[in-house]
Write a protein that binds this ligand. Structure first.
Ligand SMILES: N[C@@H](CCC(=O)N[C@@H](CS)C(=O)NCC(=O)O)C(=O)O
Length: 210
C-alpha cells in the first residue's frame, strides 16, 4: 500500500518488543515501510547519529519525507491509523475507541512494562542497557504479572480478543508482552486456558511473524 511518503523509514530494533509492535501493526494494515536496522546490542541507539534522530535514544522512530521524526510506538501506530484507517485497529465510534484505548493502556502499564522490568533487571544481556540492574525490582514485578494474567484470563473467558470481538492494537501490545516473557524467564501458568487460547490465536496470524 502506497501512503504517499516515498522516503519514509522506520528505525527498527530487531527482536525488541516496541519496534515489533509497530511492525505487526503495519503488517495488519498491509503497509510496507523501509526498515533501518538499529543494533541495540551494539548500543547503536546511543551513537551520535541515532541520537540526532531520537534524542531519547530509543526505538522505534519513524522518519517522514520532510524529516519529521515520530517516536513512541503507539503514536507511530496512530499516525498510520489516520493515514490508512482500514482495518481499524484503534476501533470505530466513541465507545469502541475508548474501550480499546483503555485496554491498550492496561496492557502497556500493567503488563508489558512489568515484563520489561523483569527482563531488563535480570537478564545478563541487558547489563549495558539497564544501569543499574536491580534484581529485587525484577522479583517484585513477578507476582504483579501473575495477578494481571489471572485478571486477563477471567476477562478473556467471555470474548475472543482483549478489547472485544475484534482484533485491535491492545492485542498487539499483549502479544509482544507474552512473547517477552520467554527471555524474561517467565511463563503463562498452565491453568490460564483463556490467555493461552488467545495467545495461540493471535500468534497464528501472519502479522505475528513481523
Ligand atoms: N515508550 C516507548 C519505549 C521505547 C523503548 O524503550 N524501546 C526499547 C526497545 S523495546 C529501547 O529502545 N531500548 C533502548 C534502551 O533501553 O537503551 C515506545 O512505546 O516506543
Amino acid at each position: 500500500m502506497n501512503i504517499g511518503q516515498a522516503n519514509m523509514k522506520l528505525y527498527d530494533g530487531g527482536r525488541a518488543p516496541n519496534p515489533r509492535r509497530v511492525r505487526i501493526f503495519l503488517a495488519e494494515k498491509g503497509i510496507s515501510v523501509p526498515l533501518e536496522p538499529v543494533d541495540l546490542g551494539g548500543l547503536q541507539h546511543k551513537s551520535s547519529g541515532y541520537t540526532a534522530v531520537n534524542p531519547m535514544q530509543r526505538v522505534p522512530a519513524l522518519e517522514l519525507d520532510d524529516g519529521t521524526v515520530l517516536t513512541e510506538s503507539i503514536a507511530i501506530c496512530r499516525y498510520f491509523e489516520e493515514v490508512q484507517p482500514e482495518p481499524a485497529l484503534f476501533g470505530r465510534g466513541a465507545l469502541e475507541k475508548a474501550r480499546i484505548e483503555m485496554w491498550n493502556r492496561r496492557m502497556e502499564l500493567h503488563f508489558l512494562s512489568l515484563v520489561s522490568h523483569v527482563f531488563r533487571n535480570s537478564h545478563p544481556a541487558m547489563k549495558e542497557m539497564e544501569k543499574p540492574q536491580v534484581p529485587e525490582w525484577a522479583e517484585a514485578n513477578k507476582p504483579r504479572i501473575a495477578d494481571f494474567l489471572g485478571f486477563l484470563d477471567r476477562e478473556l473467558k467471555s470474548r475472543p480478543f482483549v478489547a472485544g470481538a475484534d482484533y485491535s492494537v491492545a492485542d498487539i501490545t499483549g502479544l509482544v508482552a507474552v512473547d517477552l516473557m520467554k527471555p524474561a524467564k517467565l511463563s503463562v501458568a498452565e491453568e490460564l486456558g483463556s490467555v493461552r487460547r488467545w495467545h495461540a490465536e493471535i500468534s497464528a496470524r501472519p502479522s505475528a511473524k513481523a
